[in-house]
Design a protein around this ligand. Sequence first.
Ligand code: NAG
Ligand code: NAG
Ligand code: NAG
Length: 688
Amino acid sequence: MQLYRLGLLVASFVTSIGAASTFSPARPPAIPLAVRSPYLSTWLTAGSDGGNGGYLAGQWPVFWQNQVTGWAGMIRVDGTSYTWMGQPGPKNVVDQVAYEYTSTKSIFTMHVDNKVQMKITFLSPVTPNDLKRQSLVFSYLNVEVSSLDGQQHNVQVYADISAEWVSGDRNAIAQWEYGTTDGVAYHKVHRQTQLAYSQNNEQAEWGNWYWATDVSDHMTSQSGSGVDVRGKFMSDGKLTNGRDTKFRAIADNWPVFAFSSDLGSVNSSPVSTLFSLGLTQDQAIQYEGASAYAPVPSLWKSYFKTELAALSFFHHDYSDSNNLASAFDSQVAKDSIATAGQDYLTITSLSVRQAFGATQLCGTPDKMYLFLKEISSDGNMNTVDVVFPAYPIFLYTNPELLKLVLNPLFENQEAGKYPNDYSMHDLGSSYPNATGHSDGQDEKMPLEECGNMLIMTLAYAQKSGNTQYLRDHYNLLKQWTSYLVDDSLYPANQISTDDFAGSLANQTNLALKGMIGIQAMSVIANQTGHADDAENYANIAHSYISQWQGLAIAKYANPPRTTLSYGDTASHGLLYNLFADAQLGLGLVPQSVYQMQSDFYPTVANKYGVPLDTRHTYTKGDWECFAAAVASGDTRKMFLKDLATWINETPTNRALTDLYDTITGNYPQNTFVARPVMGGSFAPLLVR
Ligand SMILES: *[C@@H]1O[C@H](CO)[C@@H](O)[C@H](O)[C@H]1NC(C)=O
Ligand SMILES: *[C@@H]1O[C@H](CO)[C@@H](O)[C@H](O)[C@H]1NC(C)=O
Ligand SMILES: *[C@@H]1O[C@H](CO)[C@@H](O)[C@H](O)[C@H]1NC(C)=O
């Protein structure tokens, strides 16, 4: 061991290979560090395809798109410097002994030369019922140090960010300033030329980044080139309080923004240093709603007069925020374990920050919106068939959030801004521009999106008790139902949400969604006093579902199951839309179909799951959770166990993909990452 450690010291820079960390409840493909919005989304790659196995020291944190967002941590113990995050310089690295994640936190335990212990907590708050807190695009980093060997040690803690956070263009000129407010010291960094609503490499090209800590006598700060600033800490254990005033390109001598905290003599009582990191954009979205295309303010603007007031509130809120986070984590843990055990919690708790991190609250308290980015697949806004797989997490945490995602879709279409008689696919092809599709030329997924809108609207109304919402949108819901009546018994050749798998006529699962949508409309009609419509749609839905059983079930197959498309008796697929029938309590589909599918899936399961359909060996994690939700005991367990195993073993190294190969565990042709659809892992919680 000693020789091996010497080997580590002479290498120019070696990751913590050899240090043995535990990972609990799993070692995810990528570890969420600061994941709060489509633009505050930084991860540590872990999977073997490029990650180092999940060690914080030795590789740079990255934006979800995989470019580095420089974030460095060092600690000095009795005059020797060690790296605990990134690759800032010291050849010594801390020994990572444990990593643990909850729904909102990533917690690393480090030993430094067996002298001191560090507990490093990355907290990205998720407060679904407290929209003031939820509106802030900020995340915490808390570093706690204590003596490990009973001796007192002289300790200084250092952390910085680079200008890589402010633009995806490394040649963009960054500008910065330093200040204090209300006991909070901050570096403010931004693009010198703000490009409102623009993205580069998926990063935001506008807004101000804040990196902050507490003002104290023990704190020093500095801006300057990474080499100088980090070198200064390594040699002196403190910074100069000097300011680099040469604003320059992000990659020109890499300006960094640093804090150092002198903890003095540390004994066994833990001493903490808290950092806050976040993005402020006065206006976050451009939106074509009922009125003309216009900017929409970030929701936090309604609660705070200035950016500094928002920063100060957030930083001073750590203790309350941490308690709220722990309570939320416990609730998810308790409910997940009660529903399907620890494997299930491994999945739900990893999905929370990712799902919420694709959203941004905008507007004002009396006119709020939740905008959602279809991260990595194409950046569309509030894509209906991306909201649908995510809807379980919103329904579980706060159904009003589901309404806030649906609202802008209704507003745009009810204002007559979409010419087709079926539901639009998305609110705009490029986040953050919700331009709508007044030419009707959006990605055409008519049956899928009409069914989704009907299902989600009823799901919201049932959970919230808000039947007025159904009245408010009755006409448009009825228009979409007409489309379903025309197209869902024999669906035309079209794509479903799984567009990467290709188009097909008579898709069994798509037809089912349409029929469930019609029955949902029957319930909507009933609840809003439209007795004739209620009866008519119930008759159609029931007639369709009995014909569908004749068209879609391979009843002589062994074992029997539904086909991928009508008549193709050699085919099969995940019948995940069945979930909506159960979740809404419609009772449209006979129990025998549920049982048949549940008995069938184990017969085609591969190592990491059940293939999406017979065309490929890949599957979708979100749809597996939908299928698991409506499967009986052992089959449900199988789905969730295989998915949890995959999370722990996949070679993929980027933010949790929802599309993976069930045999190799790797990506198929598409690299979907960080998508909100993993909020679908909450499906089993909704049909207990
Ligand atoms: C959004 O629209 C603005 C013009 O208003 C444009 O400059 C920007 O590039 C667009 N953003 C994206 C991501 O397409
Ligand atoms: C859909 O299925 C029906 C019944 O099997 C068949 O008559 C029809 O030709 C199919 N449609 C297409 C486009 O294949
Ligand atoms: C709604 O359904 C209930 C129960 O089936 C029935 O009694 C009631 O008359 C229906 N109301 C309307 C308006 O269809």
